[in-house]
Design a protein around this ligand. Structure first.
Ligand SMILES: Cc1cc2nc3c(=O)[nH]c(=O)nc-3n(C[C@H](O)[C@H](O)[C@H](O)COP(=O)(O)O)c2cc1C
Length: 240
């Protein structure tokens, strides 16, 4: 039975009567399906960008071999490794940030705070390679601690990286940066770590949508030994 709309050839939803081990929910809404093999890749990209949300934004600062500073937002950004500490961002196509990092082996990632919303967006403008986005957009930079590339002065957190490696994937290149140093505003740090209420990070959503941090929730991870010892834990999670 097909209970759904499809972009591209659709797959039938699984047969609810079959014993496939799924925990079914009869009240689950029907779905629209998106098949990358049957869609224009740009249209699929718009869908993908709308479902991998919210994405943190790396404000990547780099310097060209000629010495021109570059500042560009990248929302395909995350932690790649804990030990050694490595972060990653993805260049869709070959852009100046990627070329600079390859040429000089260094970059910084500054957190993009709410108070620099318009500047963050403006640094995503496709300025020519010889033009500094920071200068054009009035973003103040200051010297970093361990790398020769500056950080954004009015961003509360900056991550300093040396190039670890790159991986080419189709039209994109993933850049891995070994984290050499993190600096945070003194007033943003409490009990040994930067705190979200002082960072106010922007995040990227689908289309031209962005978001700010909403309600912050806290919950402790449940060790299995507690789960096994106390049936009430599972009952509460399942809503039994
Ligand atoms: C919020 C935001 C997030 C972006 N994320 C990415 C990204 O993850 N990868 C990418 O290649 N371009 C991304 N872009 C587009 C680049 O910032 C844009 O192409 C920029 O001109 C690249 O600068 P560069 O050529 O100086 O490196 C993003 C733009 C904005 C505004």
């Amino acid at each position: 039975m097909l209970r759904s709309r499809a972009y591209g050839p659709a797959c039938a939803d699984s047969d609810p009567s079959s014993d496939d081990g799924l925990v079914t929910a009869p009240e689950a809404p029907s779905r629209v399906h998106f098949d990358p093999g049957a869609m224009d890749i740009r249209a699929f990209y718009r869908v993908l960008n709308s479902v991998v949300v919210p994405r943190p934004i790396a404000w990547v600062c780099s310097r060209s071999a000629e010495g021109v500073l570059n500042l560009a937002p990248h929302s395909f950004y995350t932690v790649a490794c804990v030990d050694p500490p490595v972060v990653q961002f993805t260049s869709v196509g070959r852009k100046d940030s990627l070329r600079n990092v390859e040429a000089t082996g260094e970059f910084t990632v500054s957190l993009t705070p709410e108070w620099l919303f318009e500047q963050v967006n403006a640094t995503g403008t496709d300025f020519p390679a010889g033009m500094s986005e920071a200068e054009q957009c009035g973003v103040h930079l200051e010297a970093s601690e361990k790398v020769g590339v500056p950080r954004v002065a009015l961003s509360p957190v900056a991550v300093e990286c040396s190039l670890h490696s790159t991986v080419r994937l189709g039209d994109s290149t993933v850049v891995f940066g070994r984290v050499l140093h993190i600096s945070a505003w003194e007033g943003a740090v409490r009990d040994g770590r930067p705190r979200i209420e002082h960072l106010k990070p922007l995040a990227r959503l689908g289309g031209n949508e962005w978001s700010t941090i909403g309600e912050v929730k806290e919950i402790a991870r449940i060790p299995y030994r507690n789960w096994a010892a106390d049936p009430a834990i599972g009952q509460q999670v399942r809503g039994d």
